[in-house]
Write a protein that binds this ligand. Structure first.
Ligand SMILES: Cc1cc2nc3c(=O)[nH]c(=O)nc-3n(C[C@H](O)[C@H](O)[C@H](O)COP(=O)(O)OP(=O)(O)OC[C@H]3O[C@@H](n4cnc5c(N)ncnc54)[C@H](O)[C@@H]3O)c2cc1C
Length: 553
């Protein structure tokens, strides 16, 4: 103790940094192998080291503490409509772009079901590129989740832009570039482009048929848009997709942030949202005052066009929340491995071990479900992807806040203090459940797939049945008929299907201890309402060993 100290600081864990989020994640490595992306191990290992590095974790903290600020005017009074970010945000953006979280699947592999008519790229020697990209996205959500939003939208924009081949051709290489260019200038002057989407208006975000923004044609496929958007994340994006109404109905448009003459497009940033989480990322309220935009896809089919993009951002939500669960669980396991109470390490106390093992199982199940969804893109399993994307989005995003809250509690009071990562994860956890379709809306989409797309329902059932015979609880589940899908039981059905598929994936690919514990508590009779209710006999120690991340030294 030094001369002035009143006490020793004791019983605190070492910082949870300097780990490799890929090498330390046995389950993720298994999934990468199972789904055929082992060729990407080198870049996944590098990414895993990057996101776990002390300086990246510090950048994440800074980017979330020094939130973006709106600059409507310059000091001379000129309207500029810019957002000022802390340098940490730009540093993180540069890294996630370099890791190609926004691009890898497109540069290296055929996109889902689109190759015949409109090839976006093809490199046969890179199978499972969407799986590899998904693993990168999952890892980055453990570095800093805010930059995942622009990366996800840029990645998903390809699905909408394929309906506008000329625009795609014009912007494709800069969208997919591994560079990051934050300059507020037109796309033609830039080396790399970021893409966003602005759909939600005040009167309705889920019900996009209520869109009020109007579009007036000015020749060819060009239009001027007037109206507002109530939520518009990444308003500094170079390009963004949006919806507006004209005589044909609601159509999808692409707008540039800056016009070719260098001026801001007719886009007024009214306010930045003061958000509960996702604070590093800027989300704005905007008005379009004659915004110059170009039609994407068929007139009047705008919602269908933009929902193709949303299917991919839903996958991103699932991956992001699975990554968040992994980070929350591994932080909690790390803490409990170093903190003692009542003369024993927390991790050695049976009840805490039960809780931690339960968190680990939930996180692993989420990872398998999200990665299987991504793998469906690689395999061209269009029907399966159609139903898996909303199921994974709903269930994983629904579980993330529960995991974040329980994991926070494992840290005791320190977890509730802002300088702790657990507090940030807790505030970030709900957002993936909200955007890209909130829980109910997503479950209604699952019901639509079940009732109107029999091939999607059949593909899902066949996938679950691949583990038939693996566990009595799953066999019982497979033998029992599901209730008829209705609006009222949409959540029940989505949950049933998510849990059954997770069980099936764990039985086929995870160690028996993990699969057994999951089936017993999620499918069987042992299910409790809170984490930590595994019955006696569950191999808690083995589960924790698999989930723990080793720090260097
Ligand atoms: C941080 C953040 C960033 C965002 N960024 C963007 C962005 O960049 N671009 C963008 O376009 N939007 C963005 N959004 C908006 C987001 O997508 C919407 O908030 C979301 O789609 C829900 O729309 P809403 O807020 O209008 O709620 P509502 O549509 O009013 O829904 C309210 C609730 O009612 C439920 N509900 C709706 N319909 C039904 C039904 N038929 N049956 C049962 N329940 C129903 C919903 O599930 C939800 O729980 C962002 C939101 C947040 C929080």
């Amino acid at each position: 103790m030094s001369g002035y100290a009143t006490h020793d600081v004791l019983n605190q864990p070492p910082e949870f940094t300097g780990f490799n989020a890929y090498l330390g994640d046995a389950a993720l490595r298994d999934a990468v192998g199972v789904f055929g992306a082992a060729w990407a191990e080198g870049r996944l290992e590098a990414c895993g080291a990057r996101v776990g590095a002390a300086h990246v974790q510090a950048l994440a903290r800074e980017a979330n503490r020094r939130v973006p600020e709106l600059r409507t005017h310059d000091r001379f009074g000129n309207r500029i409509d810019q957002v000022e970010f802390h340098p940490a945000w730009h540093a993180l953006m540069g890294m996630i772009r370099a890791d190609e979280v926004h691009a890898l699947g497109w540069t290296a592999e055929r996109p889902l079901g689109w190759t015949a008519e409109r090839p976006l790229g093809w490199t046969a020697e890179r199978p499972a590129a969407h799986t590899a990209r998904a693993a990168l996205s999952y890892l980055w959500s453990q570095g800093e989740a805010g930059v995942g939003c622009p990366a996800a939208m840029t990645f998903a924009s390809m699905a909408a832009l394929r309906h506008a081949p000329q625009l795609l051709e014009k912007f494709r290489s800069k969208i997919l570039s591994p560079g990051y260019d934050a300059a507020p200038v037109p796309p033609a002057q830039k080396t790399a482009l970021t893409v966003a989407m602005a759909m939600t208006e005040k009167q309705g975000g889920s019900d996009l048929r209520q869109t009020q923004t109007s579009a007036v044609p000015v020749g060819g496929r060009k239009y001027l848009l007037t109206g507002h958007k109530w939520f518009f994340s990444v308003p500094t994006s170079d390009l963004f997709l949006t919806l507006a109404r004209n005589d044909a109905g609601i159509s999808c448009f692409l707008a540039q942030g800056w016009r070719d003459d260098g001026s801001r497009n007719f886009l007024l940033l009214q306010r930045l949202k003061d958000k509960c989480g996702n604070r590093s990322n800027a989300s704005s309220e905007v008005e379009f005052r004659g915004l110059e935009a170009e039609l994407v896809g068929q007139e009047g089919r705008g919602i269908a066009t933009i929902l193709e993009m949303a299917q991919l951002t839903r996958l991103e939500c699932a991956l992001g929340s699975a990554g968040l669960m992994r980070q929350a669980a591994s932080l909690a396991i790390h803490h409990a491995g170093h903190r003692t109470a009542f003369q024993r390490r927390l991790i050695d106390q049976p009840l805490m071990a039960n809780v931690l093992a339960d968190l680990a199982i939930e996180a692993e199940a989420a990872m398998w479900l999200a990665m299987r969804t991504a793998a469906a893109l690689d395999a061209g399993e269009a029907a399966l992807f159609r139903i898996l994307a909303p199921i994974a989005k709903y269930w994983i995003c629904k579980r993330a806040p529960a995991v974040a809250a329980e994991a926070l509690e494992c840290h005791g009071g320190n977890g509730f203090v802002e300088e702790h990562v657990a507090a940030r994860l807790y505030r970030d956890a709900p957002v993936n459940g909200l955007w890209e379709g909130s829980g109910n809306v997503i479950c209604l989409d699952v019901i639509r797939a079940l009732t109107r797309e029999p091939e999607a329902a059949a593909a899902l059932r066949a996938e679950i049945a691949l583990a038939a015979g693996g566990h009595k609880a799953l066999d019982d589940w497979l033998a029992a008929p599901l209730p008829e899908p209705t609006e009222g039981n949409a959540r029940y059905l989505a949950q049933q299907l998510a849990v059954a598929l997770s069980a099936s994936l764990l039985l086929r690919h995870a160690p028996p201890a993990v699969a057994e514990a999951f089936c017993a508590t999620r499918l069987g009779q042992g299910n409790g309402y809170a984490f930590g209710t595994h019955p006696a006999g569950v191999a808690v120690e083995g589960i924790l060993q698999r989930a723990a991340v080793q720090l260097p030294g």
